[in-house]
Design a protein around this ligand. Structure first.
Ligand code: NAP
Ligand code: HSE
Length: 431
């Protein structure tokens, strides 16, 4: 029986991790699929770069992507370059040439997924992407297969290892933001542009992938509210802790009356929740189905071996499809292309909130804040003032009961016009 031939595009953290696992688990893989996995060609940007590891069969190293597309021997192209320029061209041409593709590239799938899944369906080939969301956690298969009969009501998750690592280090060790980011980069968790990690963009890409799988619709990335963690201060982390919360960067989507309410934002979560206890580069996802109820998955969301493990699982699944000649199930839904999502406008979302006002400490400030919030239908749950008599600037923290986002933002606009407000008010959702 023919072995499975791979062309790996990208040999950085994940590509190298994958190749090491293929070598280490070679006997086990053969036991699973009765074939060997052979890495024939590797595409890189810089052919003369020193590599700490290369597969022992000495694959052909190239900087020309056409070498992989035009090689008839290659069965599966594994895209591990990242970005949406060459990755898009390569994946598109590979699918059109009738090759199966495995990718870890959520950016590509969030931006070009609709077109690429339709193309894969036309050419009857697999476009698999287990590693694109939450690294080593099998969330794609859980949604596409295990929960296939459930109507999904709600998903929320910590989907970025770098952002979670930074917040965890700031919370547990008092490390500053910049140092924590450098450590995450050294550990291979961060994207080539770390802005994607810290500004919520990478989390947003992953949420778009999950929405497609869970609801069978395409949600346009440009419509998704996206907020990051770069403005989170130690002060807010401490206030949150005192109130019994932990700050996390959360992806969230819920369906109400056929409309999806979705977004990425830093939130305060009650510290006893499993998601709030998810630290370091770990990710966690809670999925609520209308029959299964709530399920939580937890594991490493980034890094060479966890991510390589997810890529390898896709390769082995495709190898089995090639054996049986069955059509690979890429999105979990029959109709291709999928329809666009019906979206709930962000201002109609509701949530409890945390506010930190920076005020001049003088009589009547607390009363003015309360009056203004009441005028906008916002009810205060807790209030904390920590200033000392000599302080010129004093933080006042309020938590609220559930209110509409529209009311929250109009109230803050009004409040920030007062002359006792010294800095723009900080507001985060409480989840
Ligand atoms: P990386 O370490 O930066 O490696 C990227 C690789 O792609 C390098 O080998 C680079 O070549 C090659 N490459 C980049 N641009 C290229 C071009 N224009 N032409 C040819 N080769 C090119 O990236 P990574 O961390 O492994 O991530 C790869 C993908 O996996 C990304 O989509 C990322 O979002 C995703 N992902 C990563 C993780 C993680 O933990 N790192 C987890 C889940 C998903 P050189 O070696 O010559 O520079
Ligand atoms: N940069 C990403 C993260 C890699 O930190 O989660 C995993 O997708």
């Amino acid at each position: 029986m023919k072995n499975i031939h791979l062309g790996i595009a990208g040999f950085g953290t994940v590509g190298t991790g994958l190749a090491k696992i293929i070598e280490k688990n070679a006997d086990w893989i053969e036991k699973r699929i009765d074939k060997k996995l052979i890495i024939d060609k590797i595409l890189v940007q810089n052919k003369s770069k020193e590599r700490s590891f290369l597969p022992s069969n000495n694959p052909f190293i190239t900087d020309n992507y056409k070498e992989l597309i035009n090689d008839e021997q290659i069965d599966i192209i594994v895209e591990l370059m990242g970005g949406k320029d060459l990755a898009y061209t390569l994946v598109k041409e590979a699918l059109a040439a009738g090759k199966h593709v495995v990718t870890a590239n959520k950016y590509l799938l969030a931006v070009h997924g609709k077109e690429l899944f339709a193309l894969a369906s036309t050419h009857n080939v697999g476009l698999f992407y287990e590693a694109s969301v939450a690294g080593g956690i099998p969330v794609i298969k859980t949604l596409r297969e295990s929960l296939t009969g459930d109507k999904i009501e709600h998903i929320c998750g910590i989907l970025n290892g770098t952002a979670n690592y930074i917040l965890s280090e700031m919370t547990a060790n008092g490390i500053d933001f910049k140092k924590a980011l450098e450590q995450a980069q050294d550990l291979g968790y961060a994207e080539s542009d770390p802005t994607f990690d810290i500004e919520g963009i990478d989390t947003a890409h992953k949420l778009i992938v999950l929405i497609r799988l869970a609801f069978g619709v395409d949600y346009p990335l440009e419509e998704l509210p996206i907020y990051g963690i770069s403005q989170i201060t130690k002060q807010d982390i401490h206030f949150a802790q005192e109130l019994g919360y932990t700050i996390k960067l959360l992806a969230h989507v819920a369906e109400t009356d056929g409309k999806l309410e979705a977004g990425v934002f830093p939130v305060l979560m009650p510290s006893h929740l499993l998601l709030a206890k998810t630290d370091s580069n770990y990710n966690a996802i809670s999925i609520t189905g209308n029959a299964a109820g709530a399920i939580t998955l937890h594991g490493q969301g980034a890094g060479d071996f966890p991510t390589g493990s997810a890529v390898l699982a896709d390769i082995l699944e495709l190898a089995k499809h090639m054996h049986t000649q069955t059509q690979p199930d890429n999105t979990g839904f029959n109709n291709s292309p999928l329809q666009d999502a019906q979206m709930l406008a962000p201002e109609f979302a509701t949530s409890a909130y945390y506010f930190r006002f920076t005020v001049k400490d003088k009589p009547g400030v607390m009363a003015s804040l309360s009056t203004c919030l009441a005028k906008h239908n916002i009810s205060i749950a807790q209030a904390v003032q920590k200033g000392k008599p000599q302080d010129i600037e004093t933080p006042i923290v309020f938590t609220t009961h559930t209110a509409s986002t529209k009311d929250i933002f109009t109230a803050l606009e009004d409040i920030d016009k007062h002359d006792f407000i010294l800095k723009p008010t900080v507001a985060y959702r409480i989840f």
